[in-house]
Structures are given as C-alpha cells and as structure tokens.
Design a protein around this ligand. Structure first.
Ligand code: OSB
Ligand code: MG
Length: 381
C-alpha cells in the first residue's frame, strides 16, 4: 500500500457535559485527527492527548509538533531509506511502530499516525479494523466513566441513570475529599451494581488506610490510585488491600506491563491505545495479560467517533475481558463526526464488520470542527 500524503487537523469539539477528574475539568476537546491518504482512500486516526499535559506529559500542542516535525518526516525518510525516495510503501501497519521507534515516548502522537495507517490498510484489504487487529468478539460490553460531581446526590442520580441505561459497570472518579463517603453513598443505593473507582494518581502510600476502608465496598477494582509513573508503591498497596488495582497512567508499553506484572503492582490493566503508543503495542499488552491471566479492558480518553471506533475494534480481542470505557457517541457529543454514531443496546456495542473503522467519517462535520489543517505530501522526496 502506498501512502501519498498525511493530513493533520486540529479539531475542537464541545462536550455535552463537563467531565471532572482529579486533574481537572474538561468542557471541550481540543484534539488532532490524522488522515493517511492513498490515491483511492483515506484512513483516520485520533490523537487522544488532552489539551494540557495533566493526565500524562503529552498535550495536543506537543503532539502536533512531534507529528509534524519528527514523526511525519521519519515516515517520509523511510521511503528514501528503502531505496525508493518519495514512495512510502507500507506492507503492514505493524511496521509503523518500528519506523517511529527512535522517538522516545510521545505515545499519543505516534498512535494517531499509526491508527490512520491501520484504517487505510484495513480499507485496502477490505477488512474491518477489528479483523485487522485480531478481534474475535462480535459484541463488546460497555462500562461508563462518571466524572466527579459536586454532591453525593448528583452522583447517585448519575449512577442510577447509568444503571438504567444498561451499562455493564460504572466507574466513578475520586479525588481526596471526594472518596470513601461518596462511594459509600453510592454503594448504599446500589448494593449489587458492578462499581469501580478511578483516582487518576491523586494519592500516595500514606493513604493506605483509606484504601483498606474501600475494601468494604466490594469494588471491581481501584484504578491508578498512586503516582502516574509508579509501579513500586502500587505493589506495596496491592499487598495490603483486597480490591484489585488496575493500572492506567503507569503503563506506557508492553515492557512496563511486564515489569508491573512481575512486581505484582496490580491485577488488571486498562489498555488505552494512545497511552501505549498504538495498536501494535496494545496487541502485545493484550497477549501478555492473557499469558499471565490478568484481566484487561479498553480505556477511553473522551474520544470522538474516530478514536472510539478504534477502541471498539481493539476491545474485540479476547484478552479484553472486562467492560471498557467505550460509551456510545451520544454520551459525549450533540452530534458525532461519524455516521452511524456508535450506539449501545442493553450495555453492548456491536463490533462493525464493514472495512476499516466501519463507520463513515462525515467530512462536512469534521470540517466544521477543524480549526487548522496541514497536509504533507509524501511523494515529494
Ligand atoms: O483516567 O480513564 C481515565 C478521561 C480522560 C482522561 C483520563 C481518563 C478518562 C476517563 C473517561 O475516565 C473515559 C471515557 O469515557 O472516554
Ligand atoms: Mg484512568
């Protein structure tokens, strides 16, 4: 498959409702869409970095610079190095990880580019992304991530609405001061609902008593309680609590996952395609979890339909054993940029079988949200 050009779009989307985590409140998404063009088709990838580097070190603006100044030129020189200057031939999208490997980290920037190439390749092969990724499920179970609310009553009513909508598990964001009491209030109202909490790295080992108390609530898991770059303290915490720890921010690669598994830093991994640098790396982590008997699930980054379609496809792999943060389009957007939108029926999303994303990107809607577009011709040496 010959890639003729790449386009990087900066996109702004208003969210239906603000989303609050321990690191801040999102009222809109400032993101990048990468397009990979062959002479016949377009593949789409989404850069899931937040507008500011508060979840991880990446942010939309840093990803834009890294893509435009380093990653795209590397792809172009790959053609020259292969003895065919001006021609970027990609036999298989797994090759992208290898081409971009000299750049350290910058995972979300790499992943956006790799995702666009996967979609383009799948469209050329006439297969769905799920099939391209090695998926085996026809349907995936869906969980919901609920942000921090001002009052317990508001949270209880949001959880109630989510239960009524059919979500298979409810994730509740916590932060110091909005944790044990608040979760107790939820548990009291919903004694049997699969509930978990996500701290987004807001605590330290000094809070071990709090986490011990959380054991009484029978949470499915506690996600990333400790520092964003830690796997050692998580190991000590896991040794002292019954609730399984799920690692999110701490895992940026299959190597990170291997080390965390070896240490016993957690029992579950949240696999986010962007955080780990792409599909190839996600596949490796999925395989590692299967080998070691860990549960895994697909995390979300408040994606548009493009990123969501990639998430739905990767979540169809066998190692994704628990419901993911793959809520349907209508949860986030007044109008998504794909058609049909991602819909959920009784807590389940049907994995599309049409080639590539399996959803059509509505160009006019994407254009309407695009504030900046740059196209890079890869056929020029
Ligand atoms: O920690 O999983 C997280 C959103 C933005 C940044 C980090 C996280 C989240 C979510 C929302 O939990 C998941 C989603 O619904 O897309
Ligand atoms: Mg998380």
């Amino acid at each position: 498959m010959r890639i003729e050009s790449l386009t990087v779009r900066r996109v702004q989307m208003e969210m239906l409702t603000p989303f609050t985590t321990s690191f801040g409140t999102q009222t809109h998404r400032d993101l990048l869409i990468v397009e990979a063009h062959s002479s016949e088709r377009t593949g789409y990838g989404e850069c899931v970095a937040m507008g500011a580097p508060l979840y991880s070190e990446e942010a939309t603006a840093t990803c834009q610079v890294v893509l435009e100044e380093y990653l795209i030129p590397m792809l172009r020189s790959h053609g020259a190095a292969a003895g065919t200057p001006g021609v970027v031939e990609i036999d298989h999208p797994q090759l992208i990880r290898q081409i971009l490997a000299p750049v350290k980290r910058n995972s979300m920037a790499k992943s956006a580019l790799e995702g666009a190439v996967w979609d383009l390749w799948a469209k050329h092969q006439g297969i769905s992304l799920a099939e391209a990724y090695g998926g085996t499920r026809s349907h995936i179970e869906v969980g919901l991530s609920i942000g921090i609310k001002d009052t317990d009553a508001e949270l209880v009513s949001a959880v109630g609405a989510a239960v009524d909508a059919g979500y298979r598990r409810i994730k509740i964001k916590i932060a110091p001061g909005r944790d044990l009491q608040m979760l107790r209030a939820v548990r009291r109202e919903f004694p049997d609902t699969p509930i978990m909490a996500d701290a987004n790295s807001a605590y330290t080992l000094a809070d071990v008593d709090l986490f011990r108390s959380l054991d009484e609530l029978d949470l499915m898991m506690i996600e990333q309680p400790l520092a964003h770059d830690d796997i050692v303290d998580h190991r000590h915490l896991q040794a002292q609590i019954r609730t399984p720890i799920c690692l999110d921010e701490s895992i940026h690669s299959a190597e990170d996952a291997r080390k965390a598994i070896e240490l016993g830093s957690g029992k579950i991994i949240n696999i986010k395609i962007g955080r780990v640098g792409g599909i190839a790396e996600s596949q490796d982590i999925e395989a590692l979890c299967r080998q070691h008997g860990l549960d895994a699930w697909c995390g979300g980054m408040l994606e548009t339909g493009i990123g969501r379609a990639h998430n739905v496809a990767i979540a169809s792999l066998a190692g994704f054993t628990l419901p993911g943060d793959t809520a349907p389009s209508a949860r986030y957007w007044a109008e998504d940029i794909i058609e049909p939108e991602v819909v959920m029926d009784r807590g389940v999303i049907e994995v599309p079988t049409a080639p590539g994303l399996g959803y059509d990107v509505v160009e006019e809607r994407l254009d309407a949200h695009t504030t900046e577009t740059r196209t890079y011709d890869l056929t020029a040496a």
